[in-house]
Ligand binder design. Structure first.
Ligand code: ATP
Ligand code: MG
Length: 351
């Protein structure tokens, strides 16, 4: 197949890990006879330096017409003055809103070879395989905000339509997995959560083959640490999802390992590792490229429908995590390029 992929390497380690993911996609294209055209565009601090804007019009236009967008990371100390007129992170928020990517998917698995890095020990780490689906374009992040000298408010607002579309996506994804959805809310206190829960219950009736469970967010924060292997698909609103997915990421051992996909109903999905620009190690060639490489696998699966190819990348990563080489964040000495090359070799070997 032919596909157009826009890359937004961004700041810090973003360009290093994005280059590794692109190398992997090129190898997949050659091995499976696809034609991927890559177009690099600016976002974040590097875009502010070049154009004055964190998301230049040319970047947005390219993303809108692409089949998929692969992003590195944005931000860094150079642009972190809170009083600056524009900040790199605004480019990313604007891009998510413009692409209408309301469902943020974060798969979490804990590799047995890395179990010693996780704060959880023993049998609790076995068989963790959770897919978080976080609502990404509503709630307190986007509601009306007010601020005066002695009072501030953030409106948390959800419409039924906004809840329905992300919850439906979660149930659809559960059908391809273990058919278990856990919906997380705070329905004992919040009106938005009561609307969330009743909407989830109504949608669930369309999926009688999927088991539904509700959890309150405070209780879920605890259950993720005490019984993480009980969960399959976890769906929740924007703020709860932000917090729970960072908590979950800690279980994997390193931020550098985890991918994400942000999907809407439109054409282009947005794919990025969950880590930030890691300014402390930028430019040293030591960043772990696995989160970005697994994001490329999600791109193949969710935007291009190439499941076999996605699995080929995931198996290759699995093999490298099992046998090495390992980057510094997971206790090894390998650089970004060595890890990339090991993944490329494993893809070539994959029957
Ligand atoms: P942001 O504010 O952009 O979300 P952050 O404050 O969450 O960023 P990161 O930039 O993700 O932080 O970095 C947190 C720590 O994790 C840093 O010490 C960084 O070096 C490390 N880290 C992040 N990504 C990687 C990676 N790919 N490989 C190795 N270490 C990483
Ligand atoms: Mg962060």
């Amino acid at each position: 197949m032919k596909a157009r992929i826009v890359t937004l390497p961004g700041d810090g380690v973003g360009p290093e890990v994005t280059a590794a993911a692109v190398a992997v996609l090129k190898t997949v294209a050659a091995r499976y006879e696809h034609v991927f055209a890559f177009e690099e565009q600016l976002i974040g601090g590097i875009a502010i330096d070049a154009t004055g804007e964190p998301l230049p019009a040319a970047s947005l236009a390219a993303c809108r017409s692409a089949d998929a967008v692969l992003l590195g990371a944005v931000g860094g100390p150079k642009w972190s003055d809170p009083n600056a007129p524009v900040r790199p992170e605004q480019g990313l928020l604007a891009l998510r809103a413009a692409l209408g990517v309301y469902a943020n998917l974060r798969p979490l698995q804990v590799h047995p070879a890395l179990a010693n890095l996780s704060p959880l020990k023993n049998e609790k780490l076995k068989n963790i395989d959770v897919l978080f689906v976080r609502e990404l374009t509503g709630g307190a992040y986007f509601g009306a905000k007010t601020r005066s000298a002695d009072v501030a408010t953030d409106e948390c607002r959800y419409t039924v339509a906004e809840i329905e579309r992300v919850v439906r996506r979660a149930f659809e994804l559960a059908r391809g997995r273990r058919r278990h959805v856990t919906s997380v809310d705070k329905a004992n206190v919040l009106e938005t959560s009561r609307l969330w829960r009743s909407t989830v219950q109504r949608i669930a009736a369309e999926y009688p083959d999927v088991k539904l469970e509700h959890q309150l967010v405070d209780s879920m924060a605890m259950l993720l640490l005490t019984q993480p292997n009980r969960y399959d698909v976890v769906v929740t609103e924007n703020l709860f999802g932000d917090i729970l997915t960072d908590e979950a990421a800690a279980l994997a051992g390193s931020l550098g390992l985890l991918p994400s996909a942000s999907l809407g109903d439109g054409k282009a999905g947005l794919y990025e590792p969950i880590h930030g620009s890691a300014p402390d190690i930028a430019g040293q060639g030591v960043a772990n490229p696995v989160g970005a490489i697994l994001s490329a696998a999600l791109l193949l699966r969710h935007s291009l429908g190439l499941e076999t190819e996605a699995v080929a990348i995931e198996s290759a990563v699995e093999q490298v995590l099992r046998h090495g080489p390992h980057s510094r964040d997971i206790g090894g000495h390998a650089g970004t390029g060595e890890v990339r090359d090991a993944v490329l070799a494993a893809i070539e070997d994959h029957a």
